[in-house]
Design a protein around this ligand. Structure first.
Ligand code: AMP
Length: 192
């Protein structure tokens, strides 16, 4: 199994690059943001609860997200591997992911961190908000809150994975294909 985490702040390009990576490496894509929005759109209780956090730009509680990821992995157990997009976002989620993969005798192979500075991220998110229909991309206050959550709860994971020798930093500004090639170079190293 090849398991990748695509890491970085909101607007770094995780979703866009994930789409390209799954095509080349035949992985299952798990975006917790997409799963939560699907739950919300379906009007489930989980989705309604999650939406209270999403619309404020806060993280959804760990137990909710971890349960959802566990279900996804169980229902894709024959996948060649996974790309985790927007998960884990807390140290507790990272621990839970290690345990889940351990059940498959697998582990996180590499964490690809997209580096983009904050002013560029705000521009990208507001632009995306014009077409995505995502309320959390349309208000600069909510966007700033998402960054605060990222800084305090998610960014510490880069040190966590660096200490395991798994973190690779990749420049996230520039041509999409140049960024994609840089990501593939890192993936190919662990795939061998
Ligand atoms: P995203 O689509 O990854 O930008 O996520 C949109 C929103 O969904 C975030 O601002 C959080 O409110 C929520 N969310 C997505 N993934 C997670 C996660 N792993 N843990 C907690 N909340 C999440």
């Amino acid at each position: 199994m090849l398991n990748l985490i695509i890491f970085g702040p909101p607007g770094a390009g995780k979703g866009t690059q994930s789409e390209k990576i799954i095509e080349r490496y035949n992985l299952a894509h798990i975006s917790t943001g997409d799963l939560l929005r699907a739950e919300r759109n379906a009007g489930t209780e989980l989705g309604n609860q999650a939406n209270e956090f999403i619309k404020k730009g806060e993280l959804v509680p760990d137990a909710v997200v971890i349960g959802m990821v566990r279900n996804f992995i169980s229902s894709h157990s024959s996948a060649a591997g996974f790309i985790f997009d927007g998960f884990p976002r807390t140290v507790a989620q990272a621990g839970a992911l290690d345990e889940m993969l351990h059940e498959f005798n697998a582990e996180v192979n590499v964490v690809l961190g997209l580096e983009v500075e904050e002013d560029e991220l705000v521009k990208r998110l507001l632009l995306r908000g014009q077409t995505s229909g995502r309320a959390d991309d349309q208000s600069e206050d909510t966007i700033r809150n998402r960054f605060r959550e990222y800084q305090s709860k998610t960014l510490p994971l880069s040190a966590h994975y660096t200490s395991q020798g798994k973190y690779r930093s990749v420049q996230g500004i520039g041509e999409l294909d140049v960024i994609f090639n840089a990501l593939c170079t890192e993936i190919d190293v662990v795939k061998k």
